[in-house]
Design a protein around this ligand. Structure first.
Ligand code: ATP
Length: 225
């Protein structure tokens, strides 16, 4: 069974075909990068996978479960949106306690301490007073809190400093999670991902093991030409 399955997915916004029969699969334990030009349909795909958008056609499954069953699917998934929205007047620690309670977690204190520590976040800092990078790190903490089997992440490292990016990748490896990452950071993909899917105009145009290519940038530019 695959961790993530996207089969012939279609999504229209008015006349815009955001997804036009997109198909790809992510194996268990794999770090899979979803690449594509601006507007290719990456965020739309990830939003469908976490039940934030409904597809117009096709099927999306997490661990064999149709994403229509959002409550069941979200037990297994940690999601980092492209632009995380967190309560502005809660502190970092309060956001994590709130998230832990929402998920019905028990004995979460040590886990919260660990995440705040590794991401160098001050527990008393309110969200409204955080930089973009800090908000992104706190969103990662929210997604990692329940040690999910599967991570769905939309440009998660775009605002993180290099040390935070290092910690972020280390945590994902430590959790042995399957990760589906939408990103434009090709050098990070080369270092961190196992497989790459390139989408353009809502369709998969290439898929490759990262070890099979010499230079990702050249590969990417050729397939989206
Ligand atoms: N809520 C929406 N209403 C209308 N059109 C939308 C909406 N969301 C996405 N689209 C359109 O769907 C297409 C795919 O957008 P999407 O955000 O999935 O692309 P993306 O690959 O994530 O792009 P980027 O790399 O710029 O983040 C684009 O043409 C976009 O304008």
């Amino acid at each position: 069974m695959f961790a993530v399955e996207v089969i012939d997915l279609k999504k229209n916004f008015g006349k815009t075909k955001a997804l036009d029969g997109l198909t790809f699969r992510v194996k268990r334990g794999e770090v899979y990068a979803l690449l594509g030009p601006n507007g290719a349909g990456k965020s739309t795909t990830l939003k469908i996978l976490v039940g934030l958008l409904k597809p117009d056609g096709g099927v999306a499954k997490i661990d064999g479960v149709n994403v229509k069953n959002r409550a069941e699917v979200m037990k297994k998934v940690g999601y980092i949106p492209e632009e995380p929205i967190l309560f502005p007047y809660l502190t970092a620690k309060e956001v994590l306690i709130y998230s832990a309670k929402l998920r019905g977690l028990k004995d979460y204190e040590d886990r919260i301490e660990h995440l705040l520590d590794v991401f160098s976040l001050e527990e008393d800092k309110i969200v409204a007073g955080m930089s973009k990078g800090m908000v992104q790190k706190l969103a990662a903490c929210v997604a990692f809190l329940h040690e999910p089997e599967i991570l769905i992440m939309d440009e998660p490292m775009a605002n993180m400093d290099p040390e935070s990016q290092h910690v972020f990748k280390k945590e994902i490896r430590r959790m042995k999670a399957t990760a589906l990452i939408s990103t434009h950071q090709l050098s990070e993909v080369e270092k961190f991902c196992d497989r790459v899917g390139v989408i353009s105009k809502g369709k998969l145009v290439a898929e490759v093991d990262i070890n099979e290519i010499d230079e990702l940038e050249r590969f990417f530019l050729e397939v989206v030409k």
